[in-house]
Design a protein around this ligand. Sequence first.
Ligand SMILES: Cc1ncc(COP(=O)(O)O)c(C=O)c1O
Length: 391
Amino acid sequence: MNDWQRELDQLEQRGMLRSLRTVEGGQGPKVHVNGREVLLLCSNNYLGIADHPALIEKMVAATRELGTGSGASRLVSGTMPTHAALEERIAAFKGTPAALLFNSGYAANTGIMQGLLGPDDVIFSDELNHASIIDGCRLAQARTIVYPHCDTVALAELMEQEKPNRKGRWLIVTDGVFSMDGDMAPLAELCELKEAYDALLMVDDAHGTGVLGEKGRGTGEHLNCLERIDLHMGTLGKALGCSGAYLAAERVVIDTLINRSRSFIFSTSLPPGVPAAAMAAFDLVDSVEGRKLREKLERNRVQLSESLIAGGMDLLGSRTQIIPVLTKDPEPTMQMTGRLLEEGIFLQGIRPPTVASGRCRLRATVMASHDALDLEHASAKILAVYREFAG
Ligand SMILES: Cc1ncc(COP(=O)(O)O)c(C=O)c1O
């Protein structure tokens, strides 16, 4: 026990200790933290629909009818009508023959790569992929080759070098929108490569689904290559306002995962109310209201990023609602986060190991539910606090 305490003390001294903060209220633009009202700038509830009446009604109705828990894993007795219906809906949404639900994005990424790949296979993974993809690579028996961030020239060279040794399947895996930088993967170029080298492309579109593209289909739609992607992973807990995740793909891929993916097989399925609410979220994404929410989110993104850039901030090339402000070192980053909270702005300071050393940042996320005045106020506070601690 003392060893652990010593490690925690050391983390604290280096400004690296993590602790939990309770947020009171839903995931609306204003919440209460430590008894004070603050502007929420770190929720992934991008469309602002986590408290939408349509989702709540569906969740309550399904819960009344089917209960609060699913009682078992999917292969035992935990496949309920809401799970099956949502899988069909997701497949239609992404334009694939089939889809499979997972309990979270973390469970999906670890379970997909472990379930699909074997010792003869090779994974090509972007160096800034989400931790759940990194862990998925570790759990898969395949060899992993990490390529420099979004660098398709370097990836092509690595693939070329690897060609003479090829024995099995090749999988290129990437975030669609990178969770800490807010930039997008060059999906059209990755499609060219995967087609040239007879590989598969898996896109984790946790932050693009519901948000990007005319119809909210995600980064693939935005970059005009949705139908060329082989494995569409996405989450239900961010723009869709619910919880859980999915893979949409060919039927044989889904059947393989049902038979081999450990995070799918050995875990109690989502409570039936969750897929029922997610179904309503997909309906909303497809509606005129959904399109208007995407447009509002885009206006909010442009407003906050442009005002921060005008104030001299380095936003690391973000082109989405994830807006990082580079602050470099952990200590000032956490001091800025604390000061901003005192000033009524709640955003996250991001430190290693989530990002590389020297690449700490304030990570702000905008939602469709923010209004222009909120964002103007947030931008002024961020710039003032940045100058106070980094200037
Ligand atoms: C890119 C990406 N993939 C996967 C996940 C994990 O999803 P979940 O929170 O549903 O476990 C996240 C979560 O932050 C993410 O950003």
